[in-house]
Design a binder for this molecule. Sequence first.
Ligand SMILES: Nc1ncnc2c1ncn2[C@@H]1O[C@H](COP(=O)(O)OP(=O)(O)O)[C@@H](O)[C@H]1O
Ligand SMILES: [Mg+2]
Length: 432
Amino acid sequence: MHVLVVGKGGREHALVWKLSQSPHVKRLSAAPGNAGTARLADNVDIPDSDTARLADYAEREKVDLTVVGPEAPLSAGIVDAFTERSLRIFGPSAAAAELESSKAFAKRFMTDNHIPTAAYRIFENPDEALGFVKTASFPVVIKADGLAAGKGVAVCSTLGEAEETIISIMVEKIHGSAGARLIVEQHLAGDELSVMAFSDGKTVVPMIPAQDHKRAYEGDSGPNTGGMGAVAPVLFPRPGVMDRIRKEILEPTIEGLSAMGRPYVGVLYAGLMLTDHGPKVLEYNCRFGDPEAQVVLPLLRSDLVEIVLASLAGELELAEVEFSRDFCICVIAVSGGYPGPHETGFQVRGFGRVNWKEVEIFHAGTKHVKSKTFTAGGRVVGVTAWAPELATARERAYRNIRHLSFEGVRYRADIAEKYLLSIREKSRKAHA
Ligand SMILES: Nc1ncnc2c1ncn2[C@@H]1O[C@H](COP(=O)(O)OP(=O)(O)O)[C@@H](O)[C@H]1O
Ligand SMILES: [Mg+2]
């Protein structure tokens, strides 16, 4: 088969890497890809937003299967456009992807389908939102309705912060039309985790749970980023919680969408908070998480092509979806200044010193000129390692990321640290 991956980040490199291991795949392309995908696939110089050119390419080059990484093309209807031209593509339709592209839609959907989520109000007018927060108890969480590249959410501890956030979203329109509506919701306390699942529209098969590290600096401080690192599996959900997540969240989501005539085929991502009252949905995404994909795909033992084909055929229940029992960690090296303004175009050095038996490196914001690699984005590369013990995987990732250098390089030194300490604490207690 000729398989095309749409996108250019770390998630897409991990997808290309995983797909390249399938005996079904004879040819791989990535559009537009990055310096990492270029080593395993043909990079095609078409932006992920140019649906018509992507479909032309798929037709001309006899692409048998297209796998879409990012949310923007899904929300813009790439799956609908390909399907109309009888091109096989994996991902939800624009109607099903509204679960991610409109947080207000997702909230109403959850209410209608009795799916646990934070209490909320939706506002289309800044004065009403401002009036509402005057009487709220803090903290509250304020969210722009539409896609805002991970920058549309603020946890507000004071009335002043809430007022500023409402004004910046609805009056100053810092996220453009994504802020035409906003949601004010109850702040939930607990452990956060990401559960991704394959779906064929009827059957939903969860992957192992993962945890992202959103904040820029150690100790979960600083501004939110696209993700500074991740770990999987996270085992802290108490026994029975994964079952509840499937029964109370994933299955009713797939059933609810199907009942609305918007069957969900693709990867469904539930961002969850494990509260004292059970798991609750913070948000849905309509695709693999980035960086969660980089820690979940390496542990997927089954053939991804077969899972995707089974999903597209409506036969996911027949597919084998198995994970190894290892732990996987990914530490992301970012450009100086990220998530704020940052320069790019610096050479990334040190790949020759990496011990490739210990790690896999997934490129995110990179491009290559001849055989050299240069920075091309905020998140540059993710150093990924897996092993039977989390401590070993962590050591491998950190031992090797030190070899990589580029002007301004930075990474968090504490990815999976808290989790590792909690595992050690538990085993200490078990042996005491
Ligand atoms: N109701 C909530 N209570 C506590 N924290 C929240 C809540 N909603 C969102 N957050 C925090 O804000 C982050 C971003 O919110 P999310 O809804 O995932 O939006 P996005 O990923 O689109 O920015 C979450 O990962 C979580 O840490
Ligand atoms: Mg999120």
